[in-house]
Design a protein around this ligand. Structure first.
Ligand SMILES: Nc1ncnc2c1ncn2[C@@H]1O[C@H](COP(=O)(O)OP(=O)(O)OP(=O)(O)O)[C@@H](O)[C@H]1O
Length: 516
């Protein structure tokens, strides 16, 4: 493919037209070269995407640009000036700000309070700050009211507050980490509109994403990183998303197989009229659904509409006020997590850091987490570390977990590789039911396809899956039926063979027509 961008990114080729230059950056960790001689340049006022497989080195690169990590070798130039960044405060002084995937806003505070927190010296905390927030919001078309309470804002608006927060601190280059992972299609369109407005005003946006179609629709240039090395910087009009994926992987991708339905009429998990109250309001109301052997039921919803609580009641982390949950005919409504797992329910949690993994422990110890009482970790009540280690080696092989060994801490793995380890662990106990929250969040396209194949294979053997995902392509691609959850109620049911992402997005926000 002759897509390499050889000309300097700026029309004039003048170094000062470049917002960021990365030259010969190398970063080593024990047993891993995370970045090796990485070189690329980002023109001012453009949107520049960084893509690569899980563990390719994208986050490490961004951490160096944001002052959280120091390169071992190489140079970073910002606006033509060579810089040495020792902290995020350093980075922001040079005009580089970062917006993380997990928002860091306090719900019970106003937009102004959130924005000024830690930056009180700039414009105070009162009228001056509010005026500045309004000015920035107007200048970049963000539509933010400084007096709004963050709790009242939707996901898209919260993200705009995060963007405003870094602009308020003087950022002229903004790094976004997988910004669309939590957005519905309409919000993605809005965000991309905002990014175009930002670049018109001379702001530079650098972003990491695994969603290659989106990358191609919004980026001016795309830099591909493979195993720590820069492979190419391409123009979006010169490549398809498949070619981009092949550049990431370094070989041709297999064509995905479509599957016949494997749904049986045997109900494995039955959720009947489940109602749950929390913090003075009803978070789940009369939720009823059956999971059959061989079936994937997808749950589509904007974050915060009860899907997390639904998972919690199914997994025994919350007891419903009303209703009943049965596993193969047995009432499990008041069972605890351990008993439910032992009865054959696998669990891929939404927040892998809080619920799925012990970051400071090695991979093989994490293999036993939540399964201490089951083989191979335990035989007749005695822990068998050796068996757990051997099985971890198998998972690393089968799930392509990129790691120097099974003895390093899980915290040192890239996000996508942590996720692959969790999925490998949960699938190895041959569950009857898999409760999967965002199973491929942060996972690259190749690994996502492999995980979908594994889930489909297990479904053929009779696995029933409750799939909660913010990735509508995933819901459509993997589910046998999709249910929409809105304000704690199931408000619609869709056939994945005919529904579009746009229709699902509308139903999720309550804007669309009801069930088809
Ligand atoms: N603090 C650390 N200690 C040891 N190794 C690390 C550390 N941070 C990253 N690595 C390793 O560096 C490599 C690159 O990781 P990085 O997180 O940058 O990848 P990534 O491209 O962002 O992946 P993903 O798409 O999965 O988030 C991986 O092999 C990872 O295990």
């Amino acid at each position: 493919m002759s897509t390499t961008v050889t000309d300097p990114p700026s029309a004039a080729g003048n170094a000062t037209d470049l917002a960021v230059e990365v030259e010969g950056i190398t970063k080593r960790f024990p047993g891993v070269i995370a970045n090796q001689d990485v070189t690329f340049a980002v023109a001012r006022g453009t949107v520049h995407a960084i893509v690569g497989e899980n563990g390719a080195g994208k986050s490490t690169l961004m951490k160096m640009l944001y002052g959280v990590q120091r390169p071992d070798e190489g140079t970073i130039r910002i606006n033509g000036e060579s810089v040495s960044l020792h902290s995020p405060a350093d980075a922001i002084k040079h005009g580089v700000g970062m917006v993380f995937q997990h928002f860091m806003l306090a719900d019970n505070l106003t937009v102004t309070e959130n924005v000024v927190l830690g930056a009180e010296k700039l414009h105070g905390i009162g009228a001056g700050a509010r005026a500045e927030i309004t000015r920035i919001s107007d200048e970049y078309g963000l539509g933010i009211d400084p007096r709004d309470l963050v709790a009242d804002l939707g996901v898209g608006a919260r993200q705009r507050v995060e963007i405003l927060k870094v602009l308020y601190r003087g950022a002229r280059t903004i790094i976004l980490d997988e910004p669309t992972a939590v957005l519905v299609p309409q919000e993605v369109d809005e965000l991309f509109g905002n990014l175009r407005e930002l670049k018109r005003e001379g702001i530079t946006v650098l972003f990491i994403s695994h969603k290659l179609d989106e990358v191609l629709s919004v980026a001016d240039r795309v830099t591909v990183i493979r195993r720590g090395m820069t492979i190419d910087t391409v123009l979006p009009q010169d490549v398809t998303s498949r070619q981009l994926a092949e550049l990431m992987v370094g070989s041709e991708l297999p064509t995905p197989q479509t599957e016949e339905s494997t749904v049986t009429d045997r109900v494995v998990l039955s959720i009947a009229d489940v109602t749950l109250a929390g913090a003075g309001r009803t978070v789940l109301e009369d939720v009823t659904l059956d999971l059959h052997a061989g079936e994937v039921v997808g749950i589509a919803g904007v974050e915060g509409n009860g899907q997390a609580e639904l998972v919690e009641v199914v997994m025994g982390m919350g007891e419903p006020a009303r209703g009943r949950i049965e596993l193969e005919g047995t009432d499990i409504s008041d069972w605890d997590v351990r008993r439910i797992r032992e009865a054959g329910v696998g669990y891929i949690p939404e927040d892998r850091h809080r619920q799925g993994l012990l970051l400071d422990s090695p991979l093989w110890e994490n293999r036993m987490l939540g399964h201490q009482t089951q083989e191979p970790a335990s035989k007749n009540g005695i822990l068998t570390n050796a068996a757990a280690r051997t099985d971890t080696e198998r998972i690393v092989r089968e799930y392509d977990v990129r790691t120097p060994s099974i003895h390093v801490t899980v915290g040192s793995l890239s996000g996508g590789n942590q996720q692959k380890l969790i999925i490998g662990r949960e699938m190895s106990h041959a569950p009857k039911v898999l409760v999967a929250s965002h199973p491929t969040r942060g996972v690259d396209v190749g690994a996502q396809a492999a995980i979908w194949d594994l889930i489909r294979e297990a479904r053929r053997e009779g696995l029933a899956v409750l799939l909660i995902s913010a990735d509508l392509e995933e819901l459509i691609g993997l589910s046998d039926t999709i249910k929409v959850i809105l304000r704690g109620r199931i408000t619609g049911e869709f056939d994945p063979d005919v529904v579009t992402s746009q229709e699902l997005g509308s139903a999720m926000t309550g804007a669309g027509k009801d069930a088809s």
